[in-house]
Design a protein around this ligand. Structure first.
Ligand code: ADP
Length: 334
């Protein structure tokens, strides 16, 4: 007897036990000689949006294919709702909606026909189909395009059709591989807000090589490089572990570079001097780095102002730059 893929248990195993919904331990994957994923461990709780960020070839798609039960690990273990992807991929697939990078859409089908076909493939019982299709169309704001052939839709709407297929069986987990790839800026904004909305009720893992995407959509990020995790956590946590901090840039007048450099220790807080140079109009450009942590609090705009006044310098410009996810990404993957 065929097993229906639609029926998600009312209460998830992991929720019952208070354990993570997805648990990946020491995962490695080899394709012949290629080590696509190397000793990767992470976990994801319910209703989190996790971003896989990494350059092409970092291993993002491979991890997603393993999570969705389409590839098996070479080493390590992957549990989805406490179920091993190797032991019971069918049970795992019930809990996951997957939007592959190049979702196979059938251009000749209307959106309605495509979803009916997907409902068939998922073995959703006839009595449930209408309800599930309507709910998916509504969640993806696709109702007004339901009678259009997929080949006549814009790329943004095609992506919505792919997403509506992924959520058709109302899975608690969504895995989206480069969901905004190839979309124009307006379509990207629309799909991102759709994902954010879905993320309120579902656990979402999405992959991207676009940094603002992670900052816009994901609560947590896992930076991958050459199959390994280079960093994971919230953007702030990663900045903290990267010995992040603030770079201050000042334009000062009233003394030469040497004098200003000599007075810098009076500022306190132990900033590391970046550059001090004489510039045009007898100004001095000064930049210094204040590492994250307790000392960071000792240097503030107000304190810099007081220091400048006490030393007899005029501040003509002051700018504070935080270590951004972009800086971190370049440092980790360059
Ligand atoms: P990403 O999604 O981050 O771009 P992938 O997981 O697609 O990375 O690929 C990781 C590495 O594994 C790359 O070197 C890629 O060429 C290789 N790879 C992926 N799939 C296969 C495959 N089916 N056979 C052989 N090598 C593969």
């Amino acid at each position: 007897m065929k097993e229906a893929l639609f029926c998600i248990p009312g209460r998830l195993n992991a929720a019952k036990e208070g354990s993570p919904l997805i648990e990946v331990k020491n995962l490695s994957k080899r394709y012949g000689n290629v080590e696509a994923v190397r000793d990767v461990s992470f976990s994801v709780g319910a209703d989190q949006v996790l971003g896989f960020l990494g350059p092409n070839g970092a291993g993002k798609t491979t991890i997603m294919k393993i999570l969705t039960g389409y590839h098996f690990p070479s080493e390590g273990s992957v549990l989805v709702d406490g179920i091993s992807v190797e032991d019971d991929p069918v049970e795992v697939k019930k809990r996951i909606g997957y939007l592959p990078e190049n979702v196979p859409l059938y251009g000749d089908f209307t959106v309605d026909e495509y979803l009916a076909f997907a409902a068939d493939a998922r073995l959703i019982p006839r009595g449930e189909r209408k309800k599930r299709i309507e709910a998916s169309l509504e969640a993806c704001a696709l109702g007004d395009r339901r009678s259009r052939k997929i080949e006549t839709l814009s790329k943004g709407y095609r992506q919505r059709a792919g997403l509506s297929q992924a959520i058709l069986h109302d899975p608690p987990i969504l895995i989206l591989d480069e969901p905004t790839g190839g979309l124009d800026p307006n379509q990207i904004i629309e799909i991102r807000s759709l994902i954010k909305e879905l993320g309120k009720r579902k656990t979402v893992i999405l992959s991207t090589h676009i940094l603002p995407e992670v900052e816009a959509v994901c609560g947590r990020v896992l930076i991958l490089n050459e199959g390994r995790i280079a960093a994971q956590g919230t953007a702030e946590e990663i900045a903290g572990t990267m010995k992040g901090g603030d770079t201050w840039e000042l334009i000062l007048k009233g003394a030469g570079a040497e004098t200003i450099k000599a007075r810098l220790p009076l500022l306190g807080g132990g900033p590391g001097i970046g550059t001090v140079e004489n510039a045009e109009d007898r100004t001095v450009r000064l930049s210094f780095f204040v590492p994250a942590g307790s000392r960071k609090d000792l240097v503030s705009g107000e304190r810099i102002f007081d220091w400048a006044v006490a030393c007899g310098f005029k501040i003509l410009g002051m700018n504070r730059k935080k270590l951004s996810l972009e800086d971190i990404f370049v440092k980790l993957t360059a």
